[in-house]
Structures are given as C-alpha cells and as structure tokens.
Design a protein around this ligand. Sequence first.
Ligand SMILES: [Zn+2]
Length: 197
Amino acid sequence: MSNEPQTLTEAILYFADPDVALKTMVDLRWPIGVCCPTCGRADVRYISTRRLWECKEVHPKKQFSAKLGTIFEDSPLGLDKWFTAVWMIANCKNGVSSYEVARAIGVTQKSAWFMLHRIRMAMQTGSFLKSGGEFEADETFIGGRSKNMSKTRRAKTITGSGVSGKEVVMGVLHRGTKQEPSKTIAIHVPNRKKATV
Ligand SMILES: [Zn+2]
C-alpha cells in the first residue's frame, strides 16, 4: 500500500474509511481468505451493504462481522477508532496515554483507557482473538516475543542486523495446518520515522 498513513492525522483519515478499516482487519485476521469463525467454511458470501459475511451452514451466528470472536467484538466502537489506537501504540515511540488517544479519536478517557488496555493485552498474549489461536500478533516495535518469530527473523532481531524491529511494526504469524505451513505477514502500520517532511 502506498497510501499508508505517516502521521496521526493521516492515520485518522485513513482508518475513517470503513472499507479501509475493514480491509485492515480482514488482512490481519484472514490473510488467506475469509472463513466462518463458527464452522470454518471458506465459501462464505460477503454482504457488502452490511459489511457482513454469511455462512452457508445452518448454525447460530451464520452472519458474522470481522469483529466476531476478537477483542473488538463487545465494543460499540468502530474499527476506525480501534485501528487508529493500534496505530498510535505502534507508532508513538515514547508511549501513548489514554488522554492522547481519547483526544485523537473522540472518545472518553475511560473508553480510551479500556482500548489501550485491550490492545496491549492482545499484544502481550499475541492474539486479537478472544480465545487465542488462529493467528498471533507479534509486536516487534515494543520488543515482540522471540519465541513467536521465525528463525530468520529472530536471528535478525536479536543480532540487530535486520530492520531493528521498528520498520515492521506488527507481523502476524498465521498458524499452519497440515495443508498449509505457517507464514508471517506484515500489517501495514508504518513507523513514524518514515514521515514525510
Ligand atoms: Zn459457518
């Protein structure tokens, strides 16, 4: 993506587009294609007018959103606000306060505190899914967890010969199955060092 946000203002505008926020979530959660969180069917139908998917299987929650089963599920706040907060955590080297997040995305300080707490928990546990599994977030900017890294990446990060862990802000390790090996993808949350003058 060439239009990645470089500044907070750009990030707010970027994620304000519901399709962009949704695409970020989908790329993060389903890097190899959307599938039903309940039964795993991959031939799901996208209902663009509602930004929901529908599973062909008959079971509860056959219509599902990208938020279903994630730490964002219970929140009335949109993915635009969540991803702006994630962007802020990932890009503010000296840390970000709930007051700053509240001001930036227009929520109360209490809500912002809750969001930061959840996002940091997700980064620590390595998953945006409520029950873990399926994919792991690996936040290299704040250190990451070397056990989640690939051998090559771990070596690069530890020896400092790689991107010093700052360029790739968040990688997602998609857990492999018998049919498919594990792979790591990067979510595009660029570092503010790349900011244009
Ligand atoms: Zn299903």
